[in-house]
Ligand binder design. Sequence first.
Ligand code: IMP
Length: 176
Amino acid sequence: MAEDAPDILLTKERIAQRVAELAAQISAEHRGGELLVVGVLNGAFVFMADLIRALTVPCSVDFVRLASYSGCESCGQVRITKDLETPVAGRDLLVVEDIVDTGLTLSWLVEALRVRQPASLKVCAFLDKKERRKVPFEADYVGFAIPDRFIVGYGLDYNERYRYLPDVCVLRDTAS
Ligand code: IMP
């Protein structure tokens, strides 16, 4: 994969505008309630930090980190390497993820969290590569539907590089 300086796909201004829209929609749909916002590490941390500061409903936050079983990245066998520290039973959950790609990670996580009996569970994904699905999965809230390119910046990485970029960028000549 090329390691050139990435090209901007979504500017930080466009991202900020869309995050504000998402937060307004989520706040309106949860008015009078209180959210437990669950961030999926590491990629979601930048998006989640902006999103929660734009919400107008109270929320608390927790984080989960997931990994694929080695040698089985595409088969959907996911494990939790850092679990939530907050009980979720009876809570209104908003799972925040950086990107939906094959759908394997989020479909597994949603089922794993449903077993813990939250009062409600919604998923907010910053980016969505719909054409890459291996399992059916639709997030409740999506920032941007994007083409099948490898994306970095705004929390997303390539080998732990580029997470700090304020814009969403695409590595040149790459499909994911
Ligand atoms: P899924 O299980 O295939 O939907 O993959 C979800 C995870 O793959 C995301 O949380 C990202 O960590 C990673 N991922 C998928 N596409 C990209 C990309 O274009 N850039 C960076 N990470 C990606």
